[in-house]
Design a binder for this molecule. Structure first.
Ligand SMILES: Nc1ncnc2c1ncn2[C@@H]1O[C@H](COP(=O)(O)OP(=O)(O)O)[C@@H](O)[C@H]1O
Ligand SMILES: [Mg+2]
Length: 214
């Protein structure tokens, strides 16, 4: 079996930036790796991603939202992640079960036991070997998202369903992630998301190499 590594954090914390650099590093080292994301990562997942992140006024209740993320995850684990791990690859995943606990549990306030059970059901027995949490204040993260949208040429910036939520929602998520990291200090590595891109990348690489050497 390979290694399953997840990248977590609020919007704009730098997950996608860091996961791409990590994948680039592994490729340069000729370490077989798969870069994937949630929601998304499968044919079904890409349709669910459109539904879940759509900017239109499609109504999705909190429980329906939770179930759609769980459906995405179940398909992703079975179709994409487990086969890659069986081939011995390092699987780098942009968001996983912790995001559901943080967003739908801590953020939306859904019952924690229900979220825990559904996460376990969707992921089977699969748990990340390592989780990198990029911790940043919602003010800074959301400001970066605004800059990112401006760079991509959408003006006024278009926000997805989560980016459009109030700052208090993102505060709850940040606190949720930090609580999860405190519960499982062996699995989590918490980084300061406001640090420079390159120094964060060096810290990720240092930890990755240590993990892979075991
Ligand atoms: N450490 C950093 N310092 C400054 N800007 C960053 C840093 N990491 C990412 N960014 C920028 O912030 C924006 C959001 O980063 P991104 O990686 O897309 O975050 P996420 O995937 O967590 O939403 C992007 O425009 C990115 O270039
Ligand atoms: Mg991203």
């Amino acid at each position: 079996m390979g290694y399953f590594i997840t990248f977590e954090g609020i919007e704009g914390s730098g997950k996608t930036t860091q996961i791409r650099k990590a994948a680039g590093f592994l490729a340069a080292e000729r370490i077989p790796c798969l870069l994937t994301e949630e929601p998304g990562g499968t044919g079904l997942g890409r349709i669910l991603r459109k539904i879940l992140l759509d900017k239109t006024a499609l109504r999705i209740g909190d429980r329906a939202e939770l179930l759609l993320f769980a459906a995405d995850r179940a398909q992703h684990v079975e179709e994409t992640i487990l086969p890659a791990l069986r081939e011995g690859k390092v699987v780098l995943c942009d968001r996983f079960s912790d995001a559901t606990t943080a967003y739908q549990g801590f953020g939306r306030g859904l019952d924690r036991d229900a979220v825990r059970w559904l996460n376990a059901f969707a992921a089977g027995s699969l748990r990340p070997d390592r989780t990198y949490l990029f911790d940043i204040s919602p003010d800074e993260g959301l400001e970066r998202v605004r800059m990112r949208s401006a760079e991509n040429g959408t003006n006024p910036p278009e926000k997805d369903r989560f980016e459009g939520e109030a700052v208090v929602f993102h505060r709850k998520i940040r606190e949720g992630y930090l609580a999860l990291a405190r519960e499982e200090p062996d699995r989590f590595r918490v980084f300061r998301g406001s640090d420079p891109v390159d120094s964060l990348h060096r810290e990720v690489v240092r930890d990755l190499l240590e993990l892979l050497r075991r």
